[in-house]
Unconditional design. Structure first.
Length: 308
């Protein structure tokens, strides 16, 4: 038996190889369009630098940078050659603390955003697929979360739970999912009106098959864009909760540094070097994620007309 060959004399590619080839082409096309957005590229470069800084923190500043008993300087020293960003109320190097704090702030923001998007995607896809009484109940719950102040709910959860990073992640994740749920449900309703969904149902495709094989891949671009936008909000929320004293006191984060500065009276005493570095770090990372999210939205949906 001979194997069929194409006009070029080669055997046709397998379906799996064709799928990989299409995915590579799609990624390449996405990157070509993304890099035309100067603000998005600038945000991506900033995020890459912060990520490298966070990963290399143990090598750059060492794991004992947060040690209070062996602080290398005197309390509240102004910036100098030895301490470029000065010292905190315990005499610790603020530059090292800001670098080390990037690990916690970025990790908490990423995990909280993933949890939030996962909850929103699950509720949005199932509510858009099943409809009926289930969709009504889920959307009323979503509406309730939407009208409630997110920060107040997060503070309430962080207050009744133990003070840890897990508490912060859960508090942010379970209070910021409603917007994602609304967007994903709307996209799911649009996808399920397409003819191939009807064909899949006629061929005996079950609920799980339709949601996982047909609906979810079509809403994933929206989920990706929403994730990049929520990460910035999650980082700001983590900083707010830590600033209010609801974070884990045993770890160093940017919000925790601001809370320490407030307790040390840095504002009234004019110790600006205690407040400015972590505040700028929070603002830059949040802005970078927002720029990346807007660029991703513009690439995935050119009709948005986001400026470059």
């Amino acid at each position: 038996m001979t194997t069929e060959t194409s006009a070029t004399g080669k055997a046709p590619a397998s379906p799996r190889a064709l799928a990989r080839q299409r995915r590579r082409a799609s990624v390449a096309r996405f990157w070509r369009q993304y890099r035309t957005h100067r603000a998005g590229v600038a945000g991506l470069v900033a995020l890459a630098l912060f990520a490298l800084l966070a990963l290399a923190a143990p090598l750059l500043v060492g794991s004992d940078v947060s040690n209070v008993t062996d602080a290398p300087g005197s309390p509240l020293q102004s910036p100098s050659g030895e301490f470029p960003l000065g010292t905190d109320q315990f005499g610790r190097d603020l530059l090292g603390l800001v670098v080390w704090g990037s690990r916690v702030s970025l990790l908490v923001g990423l995990l909280a955003a993933v949890l939030s998007v996962a909850i929103g995607t699950l509720i949005g896809v199932t509510a858009g697929h099943f409809r009926g009484w289930y969709a009504t109940v889920m959307m009323r719950i979503t509406d309730w979360f939407l009208v409630m102040p997110t920060l107040v709910l997060a503070i309430a959860l962080a207050t009744v739970m133990s003070r840890s990073l897990t508490t912060i992640v859960v508090a942010i994740g379970v209070t910021t999912w409603p917007t994602t749920a609304r967007l994903v449900r709307a996209q799911t309703l649009a996808v399920e009106t397409r003819p191939y969904i009807e064909r899949a149902k006629a061929l005996g495709g079950g609920h799980w098959h339709i949601m996982s094989r047909h609906v979810l891949p079509n809403v994933m671009p929206l989920v990706l864009a929403q994730t990049t936008l929520i990460i910035s909000s999650a980082i700001l929320a983590e900083a707010t909760l830590a600033f209010l004293g609801l974070g884990d006191p045993t770890v160093v984060s940017w919000g925790g540094l601001l809370q320490d500065a407030r307790e040390a009276g840095a504002v009234s005493a004019g110790h600006w070097w205690y407040l400015v570095p972590p505040g700028i770090a929070i603002a830059v990372v949040a802005l970078a994620f927002t720029l990346c999210g807007r660029a991703v939205e513009s690439v995935l949906n050119p009709r948005l007309g986001v400026s470059r």
